[in-house]
Design a protein around this ligand. Sequence first.
Ligand SMILES: [Zn+2]
Length: 112
Amino acid sequence: MKRIKGMAKKIRASARGEACTLLVHGVHKQTPDNDTVVLCHSPFAQSGVGAKADELDSCYGCDACHSWLDSRTHAHEPRRIKETVFKVAKLVTHCRLEEKFEMPLDKIAEKL
Ligand SMILES: [Zn+2]
């Protein structure tokens, strides 16, 4: 499978206008047109120092939920809860990516 130049950028750009998948109770903030939603990378990735988390180890999240996930807010929340919420959000995001790019996730990964 041929890699596509800019595929990582396309995946990040795909978050524009998407609905938040984290939907953290009491934290999530719905905004018109989902205008704060971005691709949130896993804060749990076992990557090396300075290495960027895999583009697909991510989910669509609004600014409030993103801050919760990265512990810029709610730092007291147990890690296992954040990990569980992130896992579900990532699965939903992967389904949306498969629809958007009209290919299974493994094919999307091969193009990165
Ligand atoms: Zn949210």
